[in-house]
Design a binder for this molecule. Structure first.
Ligand code: NAD
Length: 388
């Protein structure tokens, strides 16, 4: 009987792992099943664009039918509810799957830090559906305002000025003039806040890049509140630690991510933020038959700190998992995973961005935007090559 490989999640890590495994193993030698909640692959790194009407939803989701066409991969559209690594069984909402090898690539979840009301009243940006919700919510606020002119309808708050928050706020800032024109509302009546707990936006970025990002976004009308953590959210109000209250009908939470609860509940060894520990081959600790890729696990950098969970890391992990799993199946030695972080670029809306490539090269403006665009093109080219 062929070995059964089950891949959980068709995000960056899982999709690359499944496609590369199918390409790297002889036809008919292994049964690959890919499980995903949606019947499409989401380009999660671009979600801020449909959230602010800069792209259509269809531009950031690719049908799995198209991606897997002609591939020896069985696709199961379902939701994973439980993993039992001792019994080698995965429970789905609609049934169960047994495996010989498992690839867990279930991504991350939003970290709410226990902030009262944030989960109930905040919106998040982790899927195409959520991007659509943000877009339609903002459009609705503009539609309601002329009929019921309450300032909180035109006050928008993005909580968190990490990469997700900054990219989203930049794109929303670019969208506002169009919304104002369509609704015949003066731009001065609209307020867009970006609230950050740390003393500066883009924590971890170098000061000159932070300054550049701030300058560009302030020029577009973004109001930053830094060093002021959000401590509570209720309908119509966002409370800050300094006692300030922002009256707003819109809070979009980009304050952080944590690992996947299913991975924690499965009993895999995890760090405090729920990401699983893996060995040099990306196998879960204590389970040689379970590989992991993407945001649900972590690897350490040279300073002994976890690499931030990014798409480029997930893609590289997916690649490595497929390589090592094929090695297991064919009795070859495995290769340790060594990440190659090419850089980080933050879009600032439109064709503007700031970022760093390699260790030394800093870029801003159109050059940085071009670099970001290039990384997206490279990814699509890679997927295209794996589909052949
Ligand atoms: P993050 O954890 O990187 O940033 C969250 C921000 O929210 C932090 O700056 C934090 O200080 C702030 N925050 C936390 N609690 C707060 C509070 N109570 N009030 C106000 N602010 C608060 O999360 P993210 O931006 O979603 O990014 C998640 C991961 O995805 C990161 O590893 C990031 O590098 C990656 N990412 C990369 C890109 C890119 O490469 N362009 C884009 C998006 C995300």
């Amino acid at each position: 009987m062929n070995k059964r490989v089950v891949v959980l999640g068709a995000g960056y890590g899982g999709l690359v792992a499944a496609l590369k495994l199918a390409k790297g193993t002889p036809a008919g030698s292994v049964d690959i099943t890919l499980v995903n909640k949606y019947d499409y692959h989401q380009l999660v790194t671009q979600l801020y664009e449909p959230a602010a009407a800069a792209k259509r939803d269809t531009e950031v989701r690719i049908p799995l039918k198209k991606l897997l066409a002609g591939k020896p991969i069985r696709f199961v559209q379902d939701v994973v509810t439980k993993i039992d690594p001792k019994e080698k069984v995965v429970t789905l909402e609609g049934g169960e799957l047994s495996y010989d090898y498992l690839v867990v690539a279930l991504g991350s979840e939003t970290e709410y830090f226990g902030i009262p009301g944030m989960k109930e009243y905040g919106m998040t940006l982790k899927s195409v559906d959520e991007a659509r919700l943000i877009r339609t919510h903002i459009e609705r606020c503009f539609a309601e305002y002329p009929l019921d002119p309450r300032p909180e309808l035109l006050t928008f708050v993005v909580g968190g000025a990490g990469l997700t928050g900054i990219e989203l706020v930049g794109e929303i800032a670019d969208w506002l003039p169009r919304l104002c024109e369509e609704s015949n509302i003066p731009r001065e009546q609209v307020t867009l806040y970006n609230v950050e707990a740390m003393p500066s936006i883009l924590p971890g970025f170098e000061p000159d890049l932070v300054a550049k990002a701030e300058e560009v976004l302030k020029a577009k009308g973004v109001i930053f509140k830094v060093g002021s953590p959000i401590v509570q959210v209720e309908p119509g109000a966002v409370h800050l630690k300094d006692g300030g209250v922002i009256q707003s009908r819109t809070i979009i939470w980009t304050g952080g991510v944590r690992g996947n609860q299913i991975v924690v509940d499965a009993g895999f060894e995890t760090e405090p933020r729920g990401r699983a520990k893996v060995n040099e081959y990306l196998q879960a600790v204590g389970y040689d038959d379970v590989y992991m890729a993407g945001d649900c696990c972590f690897v350490l950098n040279e300073q002994g700190r976890p690499y931030p969970p990014t798409a480029q890391l997930a893609i590289q992990m997916g690649n490595s998992v497929a390589h090592n799993l094929a090695a297991d199946l064919q009795g070859r030695p495995k290769t340790p995973f060594v990440p190659k972080i090419l850089g980080t670029v933050a879009s600032l809306g439109g064709r503007d961005a700031v970022g760093k490539v390699g260790n030394n090269y800093k870029a801003s403006g159109r050059v940085a935007y071009f670099i970001k665009d290039l990384s997206q093109i490279r990814y699509l080219a890679k997927i295209g090559a794996l589909m052949k």
